[in-house]
Write a protein that binds this ligand. Sequence first.
Ligand code: GLY
Length: 555
Amino acid sequence: MKNHILFLFLLLPIPIFAQNPVYKNGMVVSAHPIASEIGTDILKKGGNAVDAAVAVQFALSVVLPIAGNIGGGGFLVYRGADGTYAALDYREKAPGAATETMYLDQNGNPVNHMSLFGQLAAGVPGTVDGMVKAHEKYGKLSWKELLQPAVDLAENGFPVTEAQAREFTFSHSTFQKWNPEGTSFTIKKEWKKGDILVQKELSRTLKIIQKKGRNGFYKGKIASLIVDEMKTGNGIISLEDLKNYQSVWRTPVTGEYKDYTIISMPPPSSGGIALISLLHSVEGFPLNEWGFQSDSTVQIMVEAERRVYADRAEHLGDPDFYNVPQEALIRKENSLKRMMPFSFDRATPSSEISASTFSPKEKEETTHYSIVDKDGNAVSVTTTLNGGFGSFVVVKGAGFILNNEMDDFSVKPGSPNMYGLVGGKANAIGPGKRMLSSMTPTILEKNGKLFMVVRTPGGSTIITSVFQTILNVVEFDKTIQEAVAAPRFHHQWLPDEVLMDKTSFSDSVRDILTQRGYKLTERTPWGRVDAILIKEDGSLEGGADPRGDDHVSGF
Ligand code: GLY
């Protein structure tokens, strides 16, 4: 079962993609061409970047069932044309009845599939509340207008892409298992490119949200359908949990790398802190001189990743429940000190690296798509159900898929989750707590001006994919399309291995790394980075990851 979800992530095709689109007035890059076009239409109608983000989020809930959602959650990072920043946390929460041991058997061992599949795997969804809050604060166009494209798409259907046809066909039996009465996705057993996916129940749900806003989802008919769905399995989300759910505006985490300011998501995401600390860790090394994917560059980046992910496992969790030492984790001197001792002659075994201790103990402090509008307001969003198709539970009568985000908690200290990530007290399950995320929606300024908007899905690999994409542009002089398409590698402390794809390294770099003690593990390519680069003349250059159906649209 666990492998099923991983397979869905690995299933992504790699078409050749050479275009380097440039637009002047506005741009949307998202995981699906229809969603990108909808976002651009909203910008053309005079909507701003947040209006487009809301329309794209709901459109993705229809055209990207594998991850786009109203049954999940996400994070939005905003930079206004006036230079103000904001971060919206609409991450799911553990239900009120959740306990630290809820996924353990009587011997205290994790029962993995329980946090991955079925009603019990779902956290309380945050997407609808998040979109309502984003729209209330920044929206210009009407809520009704922003939801209409999604309503129409669900009602009338849309042609599935080749990748989607493969995903639906592959997932048929799993959907059937969790939804024996059938779903829109199981109407066909074998899907082909161009088949039309109609989602009538989802359309009705979206119409209710369109009419009633937040109350249309967290109270009334849809809330009751969610709770009824819980009762058909062993789920625990209650009407009270839904009524009480609130997304939260947080202060973005910021840091400096050379001439660049990084603006990213704070806890309950680990993404922003980890990204900034990775950039700090490598800042003192001549990456540009060493070159893209040279042995020294790869070594220094891998050693930085090893150390930062060790800190992630110990120190990161929901800031409403755990004092995250944010300031210490992103302090430049700490990152630089942490890289020593390090020798180019040999990989540092992960067993020799443990989490930083901050001494003397400091005061501890308590957080997919990229859009730029004509005024220069920018939004970076990562939104998820967690695994492909989340928990595989489609809420009966409401037509949307519930997340399996509970697996992002540390189900048992030291025991790996779906992504192989380990954690402890900071990310233990607790009622009403948000599970730690790796999502890293990020905006960069260069010398105080908007420079880049970037994000990707990909679980634990999100942070390193964003890290590499940024370095590809700022150190290795790649265009944004080259930067998102470039082969990647990933290390996350545990397991002690460097993930790579066939094209990540030249043969000679592979040999050097192996000789120096790095364990290289090949897997199919991961991540789907979407990014926008703002050029000197103000024009927008888009990069859409060729590993998915991602698409640049603009005008
Ligand atoms: N569900 C993946 C993440 O939030 O990191």
